[in-house]
Unconditional design. Structure first.
Length: 237
């Protein structure tokens, strides 16, 4: 049980700071803490680090030059912070992968890889959308490839896409440090970028038509990335 002392302390402190700084609502912080414990139990420090990095980098990107962003509240972040739905949208798939790693230890490396892909996609999406609105020069609809309004669902920029790819590579690097396999770095990077692409396609189609909301788009983006990672591993093997 001693191995849980450090992550538990980090989770408690992180949850407290998230609420006091109004990055998360109280309920969202509690749910996030529970998911973080599941992820640590299934992956040890690698998955736990990915979740922490995703939250820290995503929070910083969201706050960076907010005044320059049109539709800056499109993700539904209130003055009290992100809500439970937003936390679940980004962390449910990784947490399920961690749970499967516990229940099926024989395939634990695969589930950890899928977890990393989920966080890779979530990080890629957050950085590409938030920083793309700041540094992007030309914006176009991902489906029609025609010029479109900055900050709208399914609208991307070359600069934002490049930044998103770096975000995917950041999580992939953490996975590489944990496994030591360069193939893992490639799989997680490619799956993360693919998941982010799916996010944009869903945004330009179903979300714009109000068929699904942003939380569902984010959930499907992490799910698709985990699935892409599974397919890539199956194809490589």
């Amino acid at each position: 049980m001693d191995i849980y002392i450090l992550p538990l302390a980090v989770i408690v402190i992180g949850a407290f700071l998230s609420v006091t700084t109004k990055k998360l609502t109280l309920s969202a912080a509690l749910v996030g803490a529970a998911l973080a414990l599941v992820i640590f139990a299934g992956t040890s420090f690698s998955g736990f680090t990915m979740m922490a990095v995703f939250f820290a980098v995503g929070t910083a990107a969201t706050a960076w030059k907010r005044e320059l962003k049109q539709n800056g509240d499109r993700n539904g972040e209130s003055k009290e912070g992100r809500n439970v739905g937003q936390v679940l949208a980004n962390a449910t798939v990784p947490a399920l992968c961690a749970l499967f790693a516990i229940l099926d230890p024989e395939h634990r490396p695969l589930f950890i890889l899928m977890l990393a892909a989920g966080f890779s996609s979530a990080t890629s999406d957050t950085l590409s959308s938030e920083l793309g609105m700041v540094y992007g020069r030309r914006f176009f609809n991902i489906l029609s490839l025609r010029p479109d309004s900055k900050g709208e669902d399914g609208v991307v920029s070359l600069e934002g896409t490049a930044i998103g790819a770096l975000g995917a590579m950041l999580i992939a690097f953490i996975q590489f440090c944990g496994s030591g396999a360069f193939g893992d770095f490639v799989v997680v990077t490619v799956a993360g970028i693919a998941g982010n692409l799916c996010d944009s396609i869903l945004g330009a189609s179903l979300e714009r038509r109000r068929r699904i909301g942003n939380d569902m788009v984010n959930f499907l983006n992490t799910l698709s990335a985990a699935f892409f990672a599974f397919l890539l591993v199956a194809w490589i093997l």
